[in-house]
Write a protein of this length. Structure first.
Length: 347
């Protein structure tokens, strides 16, 4: 006599077995973490007011400085949105920085052939999406570990970008693309508006669609998600395509800011994106993460860099401090995850 397996509704009951009250505690934990991140951001502003009062205690200078922070965070922030989705699913994408470089070189090559801004935008997005499709196919159907597949893509994309550009910086003369960084709307640069728009779309996608719920389900337990009727392979491919599209958008932002495409763009951006997502609470093991947390992680990470630059700290010291911040964030995350999974006492 066979026993039928009852279907699991992933929209209301995630496939991974959670302790009683897990989701309520996780929601409260997310809210507390985001408040803590806001507290850290305020603390950084206080530190800025102490170390550089001429900037942080003057309203106009403070506004301009924070706009600079958001402008600097825009490209990495867009990459972090895509990275957050990939990490929530239990994956990783080491190729985002190299794909940014490849998309920047390819789209500026199109520009030199006088095809215009529309073709540049299409090329950047197509290059990112195509590379993401390859990543996802290798992982889902080639059964490669995400670390290996995206590492190989990182090396290949960086090499291809160098080959296309001939190791030369390609100047972009398209005024529409360059205007993303130069022009403003209501005093805010367009690159910041684009960044915040990507964040908003990412939040809706993760929290208000079946795509987001399937992503979380796969990160919680891929096999249980498969038994619940989710096409895990297709979903994984789509997630890496999404990450690639974010790379294309970030490439357009960097091209606008530097007015050029180069195979050196995006160097180590993948580490900054991963670090920002971790600081924002995205679990390396998958199944947990929020777009709001990642946004705060990006801003905090960039604000720290801004303080380093203002106070003329050496680059090696900056990297040491950033590395320590990442370690602390992972340790805090591990402690919180273990406390969430701890079953409440009945005594």
């Amino acid at each position: 006599m066979s026993t039928a397996i009852e279907p699991v509704d992933v929209h209301t009951d995630p496939p991974r077995v959670r302790p009683q009250g897990f989701w309520q505690r996780e929601g409260a934990d997310n809210a507390k973490r985001n408040l803590a991140l806001l507290g850290v951001l305020i603390l950084l502003l206080v530190i800025g007011a102490i170390t550089a009062p001429e900037i942080f205690l003057d309203g106009e200078h403070l506004w301009n400085n924070e706009l600079t922070v958001l402008t600097q965070a825009s490209s990495i922030g867009v990459l972090t949105v895509g990275m957050t989705f990939v990490m929530i699913s239990g994956g990783i994408d080491l190729s985002v920085g190299a794909l940014l470089a490849l998309a920047s070189v390819w789209c500026t090559t199109v520009a030199t052939q006088s095809y215009g801004a529309g073709s540049m935008i299409f090329t950047a997005l197509a290059v990112g999406a195509g590379a993401g499709l390859i990543n996802g196919a290798l992982i889902s159907y080639g059964r490669l570990v995400p670390f290996i597949a995206t590492l190989a893509m990182m090396l290949s994309a960086r090499g291809l970008a160098q080959s296309i550009s001939g190791s030369h910086t390609q100047i972009n003369h398209d005024t529409f693309i360059n205007g993303f960084a130069a022009d403003k709307i209501a005093g805010v640069p367009w690159v910041v508006v684009i960044f915040l728009a990507v964040v908003a779309v990412g939040w809706v996608l993760l929290n208000r669609t079946t795509f987001g719920r399937r992503t979380v389900a796969i990160g919680g337990n891929a096999e249980a998600a498969r038994l619940a009727g989710i096409n895990v392979r297709l979903q994984t491919v789509l997630l890496y395509v999404l990450s690639g599209i974010c790379c294309g958008i970030a490439a357009l932002i960097v091209v606008s800011q530097t007015t050029s495409g180069s195979n050196t763009h995006g160097d180590l951006y993948e580490l900054d994106a991963i670090a920002a997502a971790i600081i924002g609470g995205t679990a390396l093991t998958g199944g947990r993460g929020t777009i709001v947390g990642s946004l705060l992680g990006v801003v905090i990470f960039t604000q720290i860099t801004n303080l380093f630059v203002i106070n003329n700290l050496q680059l090696d010291l900056q990297r040491i401090i950033k590395g320590g911040i990442i370690v602390v964030a992972v340790l805090i995350q591990a402690f919180r995850v273990s406390s969430l999974w701890r079953k409440p006492s009945t005594s």
